[in-house]
Design a protein around this ligand. Structure first.
Ligand code: MG
Length: 256
């Protein structure tokens, strides 16, 4: 069921989204060669605690995987698409790209946002992947206007990504968000114009294109959680939580 948020609910989501952005600022500051990804998770925890916010991701369950997600952020390196688990054994290297997905809960309402960061100097090919994926997010946001449809968003993203010669992860979609981290509607990164649900003021949802440099096949890593590209090509992931207003989409997770 799609929920339309009242002003008092929007206020809570704005605060949650601001905390998510704060987590991104803090984690981004720490990203450099030699840093392990567990320390990024600990930094995220520190910001959540300072903000009296809960962690949306910790404890999430995945069908078929015994262990709940153990961290407040996902940290996915290079060919890892999403759901990378922070670990002392994963150390960032110069030239890596690292996707950070963060969630926060304030007064029962969630915010959720992702960004892929460069570690030091990255190759032109990786820089291009980041540029195309980030732009895919904003192209999607431009379609997130009352009166247009969920299909319009997916169509615009898909056209842009494929037009730039990249692959799209189709198994994961954006999603409604509010009291639950994942609510209706699903917001796929592909689709047909003027199809699907009509976008209306009061809706809150995430747009989150996941793009790869190679083919479109993905698989699960051994831990059951982490999603990797089958051909080991690089992947990037950008996401914002949005509120639809009469005037357009308001970004609730301003991590830029
Ligand atoms: Mg999300």
């Amino acid at each position: 069921m799609v929920t339309f948020k009242k002003p008092e609910e929007v206020a809570k989501m704005r605060r949650a989204g601001k905390v998510v952005a704060d987590v991104h600022y803090a984690v981004r500051e720490r990203i450099r060669a030699g840093v392990n990804t567990l320390s990024l998770g600990e930094e995220a925890d520190r910001i959540l605690e300072l903000s009296s916010a809960g962690a949306s991701f910790r404890g999430q369950r995945l069908r078929g995987v015994r262990t709940p997600f153990p961290s407040s952020i996902c940290v996915s390196i290079n060919e890892e698409v999403v759901h990378g688990i922070p670990s002392r054994d994963r150390v960032l290297q110069e030239g890596d790209i690292v996707s950070v997905d963060a969630g926060a809960i304030i007064d029962g309402y969630h915010g959720d946002a992702a960004c892929t960061y460069p570690v030091g100097e990255i190759s032109p090919k990786r820089a291009e992947l980041l540029r195309v994926t980030r732009e895919a997010l904003y192209i999607g946001i431009r379609e997130a206007v009352a009166g247009r449809t969920i299909g319009d968003i997916g169509y615009a993203i898909e056209k842009w990504v494929l037009g730039n010669g990249h692959g799209l992860v189709r198994e994961y979609s954006g999603h409604g968000i509010g009291r639950k981290l994942h609510e209706a509607p699903q917001v796929p990164n592909y689709g047909h114009p003027r199809s699907g649900m009509t976008i209306k003021p009061g809706m809150t949802f995430c747009i989150e294109p996941m793009v790869m440099n190679g083919g479109e096949k993905i698989e699960s890593a051994e831990n059951g959680w982490t999603v990797v590209t089958s051909d080991k090509s690089d992947a990037a992931h950008f996401e914002h939580t949005l509120l639809i207003t009469e005037a357009g989409a308001e970004i609730l997770t301003p991590w830029e």
